[in-house]
Write a protein that binds this ligand. Sequence first.
Ligand SMILES: Cc1cc2nc3c(=O)[nH]c(=O)nc-3n(C[C@H](O)[C@H](O)[C@H](O)COP(=O)(O)O)c2cc1C
Length: 395
Amino acid sequence: MIGNAWFETVAEAQRRARRRLPKPVYAALLAGSERGQTYDDNTAAFAALGFAPHVADLPAKRDLATTVMGQQISLPVLISPTGVQAVHPDGEVAVARAAAARGTVMGLSSFAAKPVEDVVAANPQTFYQMYWMGSREFMLWQMERARAAGVKGLIVTLDWSFSHGRDWGSPWIPERMDFKAMAKLAPQGLARPRWLLEFARTRQLPDLTVPNLAEPGRPIPTFFGAYGEWMQTPPPSWRDVRWLREQWGGPFMLKGICRLDDARRAVDAGVTAISVSNHGGNNLDGTPATIRLLPAIAGAVGDQVEVLLDGGIRRGGDVVKALALGARAVMIGRAYLWGLAANGQAGVENVLDILRSGTDSALLGLGLASVQDLRPGDVVIPPGFTRELGADVRA
Ligand SMILES: Cc1cc2nc3c(=O)[nH]c(=O)nc-3n(C[C@H](O)[C@H](O)[C@H](O)COP(=O)(O)O)c2cc1C
């Protein structure tokens, strides 16, 4: 790459991703739904929180390590699962390598473009993410394949309501990368020669298939083929969630919790962890920012399950705010996707380094020696900031 590939903030990684990726690929990463209210609030809410720093008696060294679902990690930041698609030829394997190099967990989406076996080989600390999709036999098969590959935990994501409209327009993504699709995308691809060159070097076309959803003896489905099957699957009940949890047996995270009543039901279903998540503002628009929902949920179930948060994390200060308000760790989505687009594996490592040093600086300023010492009083919370959803409904 020409010039200095290193970037100093996630905002700069985003700018580089925008410049480097063909328009539809960048738009697919940005995603968001409807008017983007939730997408915006996820980051605006972090900006509304403040700090009150000390100047003396500060700890010379800070400890950022923690554990999530039995995995020791060197910083309280995990890779959230995303269907990466055509960002980079190495895709999820590059992300997994970066996470391993920086001592953290890789979350692998079932809609990923790389097989779970390759990803676990790159990072043994991998959690595999599933949706409630297809028949029970198919879900069991998928789960057993991930188990056999050696994944260390299962993430089940339930917050998806198939809303496809965006006021800023959705990108055209082909069903498969054939000649017709290439011709249609050529003008946008040619406007981004560095991205094209990277694929040309590996003699690959951007892969729009989902190998982890290939049933034995059947061809690998396309992203959209699998998506169609998911849309047609009747949504799960809490009994179904309990069934899935029992079948897996090992560490199990339910991702997408926004309400107290759902958090309690997740505890009743026997989960190990929950992630307070609104799918990064890609689900039901109008859902409040996750950081607003976290304090009530952590207060209600934080002593029974591990509580994580994802949505809107762009800097180390955001990590510290989330931990102060009750999260054990956070997961990141777009931040690492932008890093991957900007500079491959090194770009993802760059993003994790930014989050690590930002977390460390915030701890230093707050006068705390460990992420374990963070408390709500470390954060300046404006009046009316938090939201309690489902507090009045008890299962
Ligand atoms: C392009 C894109 C694809 C995603 N795909 C998945 C997915 O396949 N499975 C999943 O559980 N979450 C998926 N997510 C949600 C992320 O795991 C995470 O919840 C979200 O990105 C966090 O918000 P942030 O991007 O502001 O960090 C996706 C998010 C984005 C932006």
